[in-house]
Design a protein around this ligand. Structure first.
Ligand code: NAD
Length: 248
């Protein structure tokens, strides 16, 4: 794998971004959007086959199989990014899973994997990125949470718990590392049309978003950092609860 040189557009000006879960869905579209804006992008994913296809489609030379639940593997991925592309400016902790089913029926292994990928993976990624960014006094860590990180989503309690934790973790880290020059943000999408939700019929009262919309919101966040961005598709009014509707 050789160093990737992407088009340097106006906005990105060659900033280096690493995205986890970049082989498909929101991560893939985020990589595509950022490349179009002139960022230099590397992707990591546990699905090696799809990762290679995605890298080829996007014209990305720096990619690696990555399991976000393995801190050392995360560190190796970021080392590769820094040696082939350049100092890491932005990490997007996007990888996540959403097995469906009531918590009392969930296999322990499924519960554990969900917590490990959705929460531990974000924390490991943050640690690994901070260790590289802190000595330079700059960097931006973006964690993909969910609207389910703000609102209860009955029927997806474990997922909801992990995403609430990501929101809390990101805000605490944001306050903790602000003075050290590190930005933290969370992205909180509504249900979005990707494989992740293919087993569900969405959320009552909400329209699903498209992954391109979440990608644009994430890219905008890099250009204008703020604590979080929420992407909802609901007609007017305050949203106070989400009712998850399983597919029949
Ligand atoms: P997706 O299933 O299309 O893509 C997720 C990617 O993460 C896949 O390529 C998968 O291989 C990868 N991945 C899974 N486990 C991994 C691991 N251990 N290490 C590295 N990579 C791993 O899902 P998506 O909808 O694009 O989801 C992306 C993020 O957005 C997730 O964090 C998800 O929770 C969040 N999100 C999705 C929705 C939605 O409705 N699709 C809504 C809100 C938040």
């Amino acid at each position: 794998m050789s160093a990737q040189v992407s088009k340097v557009g106006q906005a990105g000006r060659g900033k280096v971004v690493a995205i986890t879960g970049g082989a498909r869905g929101i991560g893939y579209e985020t990589a595509k959007e950022l490349l179009a804006r002139g960022y230099r992008v590397a992707i990591g994913d546990i699905d090696e086959v799809r990762l290679k296809e995605a890298a080829l489609e996007l014209g990305i030379d720096t990619y690696a199989r990555l399991d976000v639940t393995d801190s050392e593997s995360f560190g190796a991925f970021l080392d590769l990014v820094e040696s082939e592309v350049g100092d890491l400016d932005v990490l997007v902790n996007n990888a996540g899973i959403m097995p469906t089913g009531h918590v009392h029926e969930e296999e322990d292994a499924v519960t554990r994997r969900q917590v490990e990928i959705n929460l531990l993976g974000v924390i490991f990624g943050t640690k690994q990125a901070l260790n590289r960014m802190l000595p330079r006094g700059r960097g931006h860590i973006i964690n993909t949470a969910s609207l389910a990180g703000e609102l209860p989503m009955p029927g997806l309690a474990t997922y909801c718990g992990t995403k609430h934790a990501v929101v809390g973790f990101t805000e605490a880290a944001r306050q903790e590392y602000r003075k050290a020059g590190i930005q933290f943000s969370s992205v909180r999408p509504t249900f979005t049309n990707t494989e992740l939700v293919s087993g569900t019929a969405g959320v009552k009262g909400f329209r699903n978003a498209e992954p391109e919309e979440i990608a644009r919101a994430t890219a905008d966040l890099i250009e204008k950092p703020k604590p979080f961005v929420r992407v909802t598709k609901v007609a007017g009014g305050m949203v106070t609860a989400m009712k998850f509707v399983p597919r029949r």
